[in-house]
Design a protein around this ligand. Structure first.
Ligand code: KMH
Ligand code: ZN
Length: 272
């Protein structure tokens, strides 16, 4: 098995300080959280950013400021979100991609998202994949349900994404595939064998699905975007606390954690 890549999803677009007062918001707070997660074992930072009032933004200048602060402290892989927040236009969502980060997310289908709909019609998929290809960015294919894997394979057939593909199984979103180990197995068995994958389990599914991924040879995403609790009814103190716990689970299972450069090698990214 490869070493374990831990992704820290620090803020997302929907979580607020009312949900968890420890949510990082400003570029400095997000960069500090990223560094703490790196020290706890994260090698990828899945990045969303916020306006000063805490609302979600995809503005390139806020991303740039945040990325510069993170890169001044550590060499984690920066993976910008192109999902942004529900309701954003394609143009709005694509802004951080032009900063040429190493990775960006590519959601390959629409999904009900609580009371909303996270829109990813076929034209978006092709446009987003094309822009990422032009900018030399490796996509992390976000599959909120099993049919989205097939959409990604169609993009590969059209030459819009390069194999081996890297997937993130986003599980337990109300409207998407439920976060069970049985479903995780089905997702993992539905991708081409040379692909890599990680799992982002929402809420209380984060820890069991992460543990299953460690055992199965997948990778794991944790963080406030997906889960604000440490245990039932107890809010997490920080993103790093969630990273530290999954790194501990990996250690218990004799699965060493990958450094950022080791993660780059696993994902086929250039190591400078
Ligand atoms: N905020 C969600 C609607 C991504 O980062 O690419 C979408 C999302 C996915 O967070
Ligand atoms: Zn995200």
């Amino acid at each position: 098995m490869d070493k374990l890549i831990i992704t820290a999803a620090l803020t997302g677009a929907e979580v607020t300080r009312d949900h968890n007062p420890n949510l990082p918001i400003t570029p400095a707070e997000i960069a500090e959280a990223a560094y703490d997660c790196y020290r706890a074992g994260a090698s990828i930072i899945h990045l969303h950013v916020r306006n000063e009032d805490g609302t979600s933004t995809q503005a390139a200048d806020v991303y740039k400021k945040t990325i510069d602060l993170i890169e001044a402290e550590c060499n984690v892989i920066i993976q910008v979100s192109t999902g942004g927040a529900v309701g954003m236009s394609a143009e709005e969502r694509l802004q951080p991609v032009y900063l040429k980060p190493e990775m960006a997310t590519l959601s390959t289908g629409s999904v009900n998202f609580g009371d909303d709909v996270f829109m990813n019609p076929p034209a978006y998929l092709e446009e987003f994949a094309r822009v990422m290809q032009e900018q030399g960015i490796k996509p992390e294919i976000e599959a909120f349900d099993v049919g989205m894997i097939n959409n990604a394979l169609q993009l590969a057939k059209k030459g819009l994404v390069q194999e081996p593909l890297h997937f993130d199984f986003v599980m337990g979103v109300p409207g998407g595939i439920p976060g069970t180990v049985k479903n995780l197995l089905h997702m993992a068995e539905s991708i081409p064998p040379e692909s890599t994958w990680t799992v982002a389990g929402m809420g209380r599914t984060e820890l069991p699905l992460g543990t299953a991924a460690i055992i199965l040879g997948g990778h794991v995403r944790v963080g406030f975007e997906d889960n604000i609790y440490y245990t039932k009814g107890v809010l997490a103190e920080s993103n790093a606390q969630l990273v530290e716990r999954i790194a501990r689970v990996a250690d218990i299972h004799s699965r060493p954690v990958a450094s950022p450069d080791e993660a780059r090698k696993i994902l086929g990214l250039p190591v400078s």
